[in-house]
Design a binder for this molecule. Structure first.
Ligand code: GLU
Length: 306
């Protein structure tokens, strides 16, 4: 999207309705909104309900209400991934046609056995690094998941790894085929994987700036690879600091982080102040409403992050 030939900067917040919005996700929402506004750009919300198995009914709407109470409102009607399923199929078909996606018939137990045979305890964040068993064919097995041919693609790129730059954390590099392996594009139980959905949607929505929590940093190289494979542009990336719980661990829905109070404008303002503090922004002392506070922080965001 352009006006007079120059790309309109576009940011987004992409919550998964697997639990209510918590203080950790508000940091990402606030940061992405400030970043878009600081660049005179648009801010969009995408409800990532594409993983139907894990999403809870009604929660997407509740998250939009929580955001609205914090004066964070999408510039266009929010996009729901469940309405975009055909687009993921089109991208997937292109990868298959290019020889960059293949069916995998391995169960978890078979993957473990293959890894043990290789003498590899190859796991990362508790996830198995796929040993490549079905890369050259199913050998009579029934297809379960579909995987991206990471090793084949990285080799064809000839760069020995994937480099990208984070606006806060600096230059990043990952050997995806070694560290992650041939990752899943479509799960055995049916849903399109997050990596494919996010890449297709960021391109479709003309996102120029992805601003999201640091816990997602590690996914970025995979997303850059998929962008290259699909001929899509790579946005700029900025990963925000995480909110830690009292035990020093990151807040997450999985760990039972609770939703925050947006029942009154004052409560929402207090939550925004907490999120701003995590981003290193000073208190908006004179702000009397969430919208006021947001406006106060725009120039301060520019000073810190541009
Ligand atoms: N939906 C993802 C989440 O809630 C975030 C996706 C992204 O920002 O790339 O963790």
């Amino acid at each position: 999207m352009t006006t007079s030939g120059r790309a309109v900067r576009t940011g987004r917040f992409a919550p998964s309705p697997t639990g209510p919005l918590h203080s950790g996700s508000l940091v990402a929402a606030l940061a992405s909104w400030l970043d878009a506004r600081a660049q005179g750009g648009r801010w969009l919300v995408r409800v990532e309900d594409g993983d139907t198995e894990r999403c809870l009914p009604g929660l997407g709407k509740a998250i939009l209400e929580q955001l609205a109470a914090c004066a964070l409102v999408s510039d266009e009607p929010p996009v729901w991934q469940t309405q975009r399923l055909p687009a993921y199929g089109v991208a997937f078909d292109r990868l298959v046609a290019a020889g960059l996606a293949y069916p995998c018939g391995c169960s978890r137990a078979e993957i473990d056995a293959a890894l043990a045979q290789q003498g590899a305890s190859h796991t990362r964040h508790g996830e198995r690094v796929y040993p490549g068993t079905c890369r050259d064919g199913l050998r009579g097995k029934t297809a379960r998941a579909w995987r991206f041919a990471t090793a084949r693609f990285e080799e064809a790129q000839g760069t020995g790894g994937t480099a990208w730059t984070d606006r806060r954390l600096g230059p990043q590099w990952q050997d995806v085929s070694h560290d992650v392996g041939d990752f899943v594009l479509r799960r055995a139980d049916g849903p399109w994987a997050y990596q494919l959905r996010v890449v297709v949607d960021d391109a479709e929505q003309h996102i120029t700036d992805v601003v999201r929590g640091e816990d997602l940093t590690d996914n970025t190289a995979r997303q850059v690879l998929l962008q290259l494979a699909l001929g899509l542009p790579t946005p700029r990336y900025l990963h925000t600091p995480l909110v830690l719980g009292d035990d020093g661990e990151k807040l997450s829905k999985q760990r039972g982080a609770v939703s925050f109070d947006t029942s009154t404008p004052q409560a929402a303002l207090a939550e925004l102040h907490k999120a701003a503090g995590v981003l290193g922004l000073p208190p908006a002392k004179r702000a009397t409403s969430p919208a006021d506070a947001l406006t106060t922080w725009i120039p301060q965001w520019t000073a810190l992050y541009n």
